[in-house]
Design a protein around this ligand. Structure first.
Ligand SMILES: C[S@@+](CC[C@H](N)C(=O)[O-])C[C@H]1O[C@@H](n2cnc3c(N)ncnc32)[C@H](O)[C@@H]1O
Length: 209
């Protein structure tokens, strides 16, 4: 009788996707090759698991174009591509996250486009092609609130159907949420998961006008 493959201690499985743990030999190898690896894209952050949980209830239509800003290793986009048939682009200011995103996408048999650039540079015309704009754990410094608000405003006016920003609840996120609730009719959703860890996060949701 064929035996089931043993779960890898270097991978975590959630909602049908495999997430890389820092202990994975290829992660360790990539980290060794990248001296001076920058800006926080150095693991899968917990807000992305909470956003995946939300999206498992409120998914996106198959074939929807999705942009994941500050994607890091890109797990939420991989989940949408693999489990909802979305066409996903990950964007990150830090080009060194790309091999981690590619490795994680390869493990999940899916293809994610990647752009190494700042989310500030996204123009209204480009944003118009996306059904969903999302980001997890990307509003962690005070200086990020204003550019993220301007980006969200451009995306809403371009016709993006939904903008979803998940966060542990840091002050710059609440400042962003206050602006979006007041000026763009946004909602903030609190969501808790029990697995892989018990974790409560917040999701800012801005819908099309
Ligand atoms: C805390 S990590 C979160 C990564 C990923 N979203 C996750 O949840 O696992 C923040 C990411 O935002 C990226 N980032 C920071 N500022 C950015 C900017 N202005 N434009 C694009 N990406 C940015 C960082 O390089 C990093 O990968």
């Amino acid at each position: 009788m064929p035996t089931k493959p043993l779960p890898s201690p270097h991978l975590l499985t959630y909602k049908g996707v495999s997430a890389l743990r820092a202990s994975h030999p290829r992660v360790r190898q990539l980290k060794r090759q990248q001296q001076g690896h920058a800006a926080h894209g150095n693991k899968v952050w917990r807000s992305s698991f909470v956003l995946m949980d939300y999206l498992s209830t409120w998914g996106v239509p198959s074939g929807a174009q999705v942009l994941d800003i500050g994607c890091g290793w890109g797990l939420t986009g991989i989940y949408l591509a693999k489990c909802h048939g979305a066409i996903v682009t990950g964007l990150d200011i830090d080009a060194s996250v790309e091999p981690f995103l590619r490795l994680q996408a390869e493990l999940n048999n899916c293809n994610i486009a990647f752009q190494a650039r700042e989310f500030e540079s996204l123009k209204r015309k480009e944003l118009a092609q996306y059904h969903t704009l999302m980001g997890t754990d990307i509003c962690f410094w005070d200086e990020m609130t204003a550019p993220l608000f301007n980006l969200i405003k451009r995306a809403q006016s371009a016709g993006t159907q939904q903008i979803l920003i998940a966060d542990p609840g840091r002050q710059p996120f609440w400042d962003l949420a206050d602006l979006c609730v007041e000026k763009l009719g946004a909602d903030v959703i609190s969501r808790t998961i029990d697995k892989p860890w018990k974790s409560q996060k917040y999701i800012l949701k801005v819908s099309a006008n």
